[in-house]
Design a protein around this ligand. Structure first.
Ligand code: PEP
Length: 248
């Protein structure tokens, strides 16, 4: 199945009011690529200002709490993200799985909370270098995915998976095309097994040091339906060539 590619930026803990000019530049330039879905996941505190700056452009969060409300100091609910104007959220990024000790069960609950509220969800999975070198990358990622995937794919909100080898994030290292193809096809098979026909339409993004220089090759790999981009999403000058590559 040919799906429209999604290129989503993850600004992580970067972005002040002054950087809204980059959000605006990216949103404006993205209008030239109607065949690609483009989104920016910015720090929570910047979401509302970004949405006001670029109405109609997809702004997202980087995490969501699995509960609707309550005594969870510092956390943000799906309703809060929606209230700020977010259209989507990342869940299960390896930096949160590591630093915040997020388990697969929590990531699954977060994905379910986001989807139930009507947010698009980009669910991240990926293996460590140790696991890759031990030849256990596919089985490890599939086990992680199995435990992190939301139970059902009901509702309108979109689920996407981001395969991000941990060792490729922010390091300049990229998995080989054949490793990416093998992983994406294994993920696709699991999505179809889990969700039936709907699984064929779930976008599988690649993430890990995606840049203007490697984007076209990555987007040419079967079942790479887009990218989750960290460092290269902060500036329109770096990000837009990646969007252009996705447009083909
Ligand atoms: C990410 O933050 O998800 C990511 C892939 O980062 P980078 O593109 O900087 O490797």
């Amino acid at each position: 199945m040919v799906v429209k590619k999604l290129v989503a930026g993850n600004w992580k803990m970067h972005g002040l009011s002054a950087d809204l000019v980059e959000v605006k530049a990216i949103a404006d330039a993205s209008r030239n690529y109607p065949g690609v879905d483009v989104a920016l996941c910015v720090p929570a505190i910047l979401i509302e200002r970004a949405v006001r700056a670029v109405p109609g452009f997809a702004i997202g969060g980087q995490d969501v709490h699995h509960q609707e409300k309550g005594a969870h100091t510092g956390n943000i609910s799906a309703a809060m993200l929606l209230d700020a104007g977010a259209a989507l959220t990342i869940v299960g990024h390896s930096e949160r799985r590591d630093a915040q000790r997020e388990s697969n069960a929590e990531v699954k609950a977060k994905a379910e909370a986001g989807l139930a509220a009507g947010l698009g969800v980009v669910l991240c999975v990926g293996e460590s270098l140790e696991v890759r070198e031990a030849g256990k990358a596919v089985e490890t990622v599939l086990a992680q995915l199995d435990r992190s995937l939301p139970e059902a794919r009901g509702g309108e909100a979109e689920l996407a998976i981001a395969y991000e080898p941990i060792w490729a994030i922010g390091t300049g290292k990229v998995a080989t095309p054949s490793d990416i193809a093998e992983m994406h096809s294994a993920i696709r098979a699991q999505l179809v097994e889990r969700y039936g026909e709907d699984g064929a339409g779930v976008r599988i993004l690649y993430g890990g040091s995606v840049k203007p220089s490697n984007a076209a090759e990555l987007f040419g790999i079967h079942d790479v339906d887009g990218a989750l981009v960290g460092g290269a999403s902060l500036k329109a000058a770096d990000f837009m060539p990646i969007v252009e590559a996705a447009a083909g």
